[in-house]
Design a protein around this ligand. Structure first.
Ligand code: CAA
Length: 258
């Protein structure tokens, strides 16, 4: 475990858990936390021993958004100099799967942080929302775009324009959340899924993430071509030979990432 405001844990083989730790501010994302998060995600990307990343907070909050106290007095130039968009891009650029383990509040930038993860596991009492409109601003970490992609225009507008929070069950019904579990099961369940992903071929895992995310921004036919190219590429890996041999020999595959 290390880091003042991001705690680093290794809860299972191939799994790194990054825990936002500012309990006094409901894990609000100040600039120091954002920069640390990017640093730790980059370290995970570079470490072949890390196959899947879990992002977590604590029982009260995953993250209650951008730090309002840190930006309340800022002007346009200061906001521009913070380079928050670049930090969001660096966070989203992780080639390894990221699972958000959400307990408590995931509001504003915290909701957006969950949205840029690949899987969201939420506790029964988790609360999601984009309340920026209530403080006279708009989301700045992808909320107008990723939330709309996830739940559709009319649901997104309903929550973006009122700032109303919504429950984990509603988030699941709208397609924002992958699974809702009991609050105390959130982290064990997220880690268990991460461990299963960590045991797959990291080359195939990476291709799935890459093709899904790039494909979302492409016309369907181009995205399908990208998918086919990625599939064909994997036929040059030992992991493809091992996976298919293991099936035929009725045994568990052992993937080497080669
Ligand atoms: N920024 C700074 N401090 C925050 C914070 C935030 N986003 N959220 C909570 N805190 C602080 C509170 O000010 C409080 O500090 P003090 O003890 O010093 O007063 C402490 O955390 C505990 O908060 P509460 O007493 O309010 O706790 P609660 O359990 O009653 O309520 C809450 C929790 C519903 C999350 C409430 O704190 C809240 O509404 N927070 C703000 C949520 C929000 O508006 N987020 C969007 C921010 S803007 C953004 O994210 C967009 C962007 O990127 C541009």
């Amino acid at each position: 475990m290390s880091g003042a405001e991001i705690m680093v844990e290794s809860p299972a083989e191939g799994v790194r858990l990054l825990r936002i730790h500012r309990p006094e501010a409901r894990n609000a994302l100040n600039m120091a936390v954002r920069r640390l998060l990017v640093k730790h995600i980059a370290a995970c990307s570079a470490d072949p021993g890390v196959r899947c990343v879990v992002l977590a907070g604590d029982e009260k909050a995953f993250a209650a958004g951008a730090d309002i106290k840190e930006m309340a007095g800022a002007g346009t130039v200061e906001m521009m100099k913070r380079g928050v968009l670049d930090l969001w891009r660096a966070t989203a650029a992780s080639p390894k799967p990221m699972i958000a383990a959400v307990r408590g509040y995931a509001l504003g930038g915290g909701c957006e942080l969950a949205q840029l993860c690949d899987i969201i596991i939420a506790g029964e009492s988790a609360k999601f929302g984009q309340p920026e409109i209530r403080i006279g601003i708009i989301p700045g970490g992808g909320g107008t775009q990723r939330l709309t992609q996830a739940i559709g225009k009319h649901k997104a507008m309903r929550y973006l324009l009122t700032g109303d929070p919504f429950s984990a069950r509603d988030a699941e019904a709208m397609g924002l959340v992958s699974e809702v579990v009991a609050d105390e099961e959130v982290e064990p369940h997220a880690v268990a899924i991460a461990a299963r992903i960590a045991a797959m071929s990291p080359l195939a895992v990476q291709q799935i993430k890459d093709v899904v995310l790039r494909g979302m921004d492409m016309p369907l036919d181009a995205a399908l071509t990208l998918e086919t190219r990625a599939l064909h590429l994997l036929f040059s890996t030992q992991d493809q030979k091992e996976g298919m041999a293991a099936f035929i020999e009725k045994r568990e595959p052992v993937f080497s990432g080669k």
